[in-house]
Design a protein around this ligand. Structure first.
Ligand SMILES: [Ca+2]
Length: 280
């Protein structure tokens, strides 16, 4: 009897006001109410089915997974960013050092060259601020200085509301991955380009804004639609095929009994070998 009670206690796990039954070999993820197989998750509490609670991160809080950025001396705002479909304005005074505009999205394709244009408040006529943009083309969760950094220019003597701007072209590199990509626009006080903000800047005067780009990997496709001229044979596959640019696709022709393949043609080129026509 003693053994039975003890066993039952160990099959219940309590934290706060929640209590869930755990089958042997399962563990409870606090706050999510789900169980996962023992051994599927290693924690600093060990991997026993009865060793405490494991936590599993299922979402990110801005700016995760990217580093935070700060300008501890004072915020000197970026007031407008134009890039591709993005045209985003924000106040010329106040505001946080790091603004979350990740819901503001642009769409670019590999090989595109697009103008980045940035406006901002230099906090006086005699001050210069450096504009630098980081885009995580490799989608690895960090900004690589050699690949992801794009220096835009130096902005001087602007209220941030007078229409002054700096601009430079950004070319989407061939190594850019397709899909959702973080872009960080930075502005930092300093007279030299070398004083521009790093992606994880902490000191000085300025502001950073994060955006989202959707990158198209630039693969060009063609649609090849097969057909037979008469009813005296078949072609397979008989439906339209999507083919990447530079790739080939083949169709097999079969003449009905008593017929032979006379001619093969098309608007996109190809060759016939035996009864297989290959589009190129
Ligand atoms: Ca801003």
């Amino acid at each position: 009897m003693y053994r039975r009670n003890r066993y039952c206690r160990r099959r219940w796990q309590q934290r706060g006001t929640e209590q869930r039954r755990l089958d042997p070999g399962q563990r409870f993820l606090h706050g999510h109410g789900r169980t996962i197989p023992a051994g599927a998750l290693q924690t600093d509490l060990g991997n026993s089915a009865f060793d405490g609670n494991a936590s599993l991160k299922v979402g990110f809080t801005f700016p995760e997974p990217y580093c935070p950025v700060n300008f501890s001396s004072a915020v000197e705002p970026i007031t407008r960013v134009l890039f591709d479909g993005i045209d985003n304005s924000s106040p010329a005074t106040g505001g946080p050092a790091h603004q979350d505009f990740t819901s503001v999205m642009g769409t670019v394709a590999v090989g595109d060259t697009l103008a980045m244009r940035v406006e901002g408040n230099t906090a006086g006529s005699s001050y210069t601020t450096q504009i630098k943009v980081y885009i995580d083309w490799g989608q690895d969760g960090s900004f690589n200085e050699a690949i992801d950094a794009h220096y835009i220019g130096a902005l001087t003597n602007s209220t941030g509301a007078d229409g002054k701007f700096v601009t430079a072209d950004i070319t989407v590199p061939p190594t850019a991955l397709g899909g959702t990509t973080r872009m960080r626009v930075t502005k930092k006080y300093g007279s030299a380009a070398s004083s521009a903000a790093t992606p994880c800047n902490t000191g000085g005067y300025g502001q950073a804004e994060d955006y989202t780009l959707t990158v198209s990997n630039g693969v060009v496709t063609h649609t090849v639609t097969p057909s037979v001229g008469t009813g005296d044979g078949t072609i397979s596959p008989a439906t339209a095929q999507t083919v990447n640019d530079g790739a080939t696709t083949s169709f097999t022709l079969a003449a009905d009994a008593g017929f032979h393949i006379d001619t093969v043609g098309g608007t996109c080129g190809g060759s016939l070998a035996g009864n297989v026509f290959t589009h190129r």
